[in-house]
Design a protein around this ligand. Structure first.
Ligand code: ADP
Length: 161
């Protein structure tokens, strides 16, 4: 079985992420959407909340599941026998960081490939932080995140409204 990992912070998951996961799920037998916990970053949504939001957003993708991990992506990939990590590329600004990560991961675990999928053009501008900024000032985020999680995200970011 060929397992691919879609890794990220997903703080919170957006329609841009879902698009990448949907497309990746057609290329692999199984996709693990992996929330990588960065102990140096204080996320808006807890690990548990992020996992729940992803599960609600990708329940239609039958060969995808969600997990959470503190540590190196390569160690997780080795543990489950994943053959690739799939990342989304929005613009050249993503490229430098992604290139560095791919090279370091290759050095640590040569058996794992890094695959890039281009962002869907309608999601090029979209990031978790933009969603949070717009929601904070009570802007309309319905075109940015899945309908199934809209209320939960709004309540967390802008609880007084
Ligand atoms: P990270 O902190 O690892 O970059 P993110 O949650 O920001 O985590 O992103 C996870 C992955 O999803 C990354 O590969 C990122 O480039 C990709 N991604 C994020 N937003 C979009 C989008 N709008 N379109 C395509 N890919 C995206």
């Amino acid at each position: 079985m060929r397992i691919g990992i879609c890794s990220g912070s997903f703080d919170p998951i957006t329609k841009g992420h879902v698009d990448i996961i949907e497309r990746a799920s057609k290329l692999f037998d199984e996709i693990v959407v992996l929330i990588l916990v960065n102990p140096n970053k204080e996320p808006t949504f807890s690990d548990h909340e992020r996992k729940e939001l992803i599960e609600k957003s990708i329940s239609h993708i039958k060969n995808a599941k969600v997990d959470c991990f503190t540590g190196l992506l390569v160690d997780y990939a080795k543990k489950i026998g994943a053959v690739a990590v799939i990342r989304g590329l929005r613009a050249v600004t993503d490229f430098e960081y992604e290139f560095q990560m791919a090279l370091i991961n290759k050095k640590m675990y040569p058996e794992m490939e890094t695959l890039y999928l281009n962002t869907g053009s309608e999601y090029m501008y979209l990031s978790s932080s933009i969603v949070k900024q717009v929601a904070k000032f009570n802007g309309d985020i319905s075109s940015f995140i899945p309908a199934t999680i809209l209320q939960q995200v709004k309540e967390k970011i802008c609880p007084e409204r």
